[in-house]
Design a protein around this ligand. Structure first.
Ligand SMILES: NC(=O)c1ccc[n+]([C@@H]2O[C@H](COP(=O)([O-])OP(=O)(O)OC[C@H]3O[C@@H](n4cnc5c(N)ncnc54)[C@H](O)[C@@H]3O)[C@@H](O)[C@H]2O)c1
Length: 248
């Protein structure tokens, strides 16, 4: 396949390596410094776009892809409040889009088991639940998109939790003033951490911890390239769950 990369930072570079290993060709690379090269003519050279840029540039990049008709795989996080309107626009224009807060196989297995665990824990309300995430200090959004997906998997299955609330733990200790129906997502920023997520169920009797640790960015990059391959000849608005479709 001919692939265009929108965003050529840490993830764009990892994706390029995986795509070349899988015998794909990179026909366009757009980063902050060469945005003028993002033209219809250049995008039309690609069979698929893989977009890992910034929350402030992703929506413009999606519009360029919709205008050109090229399928787009979005990895950028921090824009999810726009999903409903983009889904309508994507389907009305007969376009193709996949988004995921996390493309790694391991994390998507984690998402699935997280939902099953939450269903079980819903029967034991004396456990309180919270989510912790750790990422590198350059990460722009907080909480991570992955932590939001984990939190949604818990809120959908635990009756006592209605919404999530985020605390970014910087140098100062967090104020603990959450309501009982709010699910705490605690965000930590530590140099060089690619992504660690933990779900903690705590009671007076014991603690259950369920944890995923990414060792590097290769899992995200491979999942994004697999998504571009999977979208070939498809139309519509997808999430990565449509591709993995784990059954138990
Ligand atoms: N879904 C996933 O699996 C997954 C995994 C890792 C990271 N991410 C997300 O991907 C995004 C990128 O992560 P990263 O670690 O590569 O960040 P990064 O800061 O290393 O790279 C982002 C790049 O986007 C470029 N950029 C800025 N404006 C642009 C524009 N208008 N058009 C194109 N490029 C532009 C920047 O110059 C930078 O090189 C973040 O939102 C991050 O949260 C998602």
């Amino acid at each position: 396949m001919k692939i265009a990369l929108l965003g050529y930072g840490k993830m764009g570079k990892s994706i390029e390596k995986v795509a070349l290993d899988r015998k794909h060709e990179i026909v366009l690379k757009i980063d902050y410094n060469n945005q003028h090269e993002l033209t219809t003519e250049n995008l039309q050279k690609a069979d698929a776009v893989i977009e890992f840029s910034t929350p402030s540039s992703v929506l413009t990049n999606i519009q360029h892809c919709f205008n050109t008709g090229v399928p787009i795989v979005i990895g950028t996080t921090g824009w999810y409040e726009h999903i409903p309107e983009l889904k309508v626009q994507c389907e009305a224009g007969n376009n193709t889009l996949m988004y995921a807060s996390n493309y790694s196989v391991g994390v998507n297995i984690f998402f699935k088991v997280n939902e099953v665990l939450a269903k079980i824990m819903n029967n034991y309300p004396y456990y309180d639940v919270q989510v912790e995430e750790i990422h590198h200090t350059q990460k722009l959004d907080s909480p991570s998109g992955t932590a939001i997906t984990i939190a949604e998997g818990i809120i959908d299955n635990i009756d006592t939790k209605k919404e999530w609330a985020n605390i970014l733990i910087a140098d100062t200790p967090a104020e603990d003033n959450l309501r009982a129906d709010q699910l705490l997502i605690e965000s930590h920023r530590i140099e060089s951490v690619p992504g660690t997520h933990t779900v903690i169920y705590d009671s007076e009797i014991d603690t259950i911890e369920f944890k995923h640790t990414a060792h590097n960015r290769n899992g995200f990059a491979l999942g994004a390239v697999l998504a571009a391959e999977w979208l070939k000849d498809k139309k519509g608005f997808y999430t990565v769950a449509d591709m993995f479709n784990f059954s138990i």
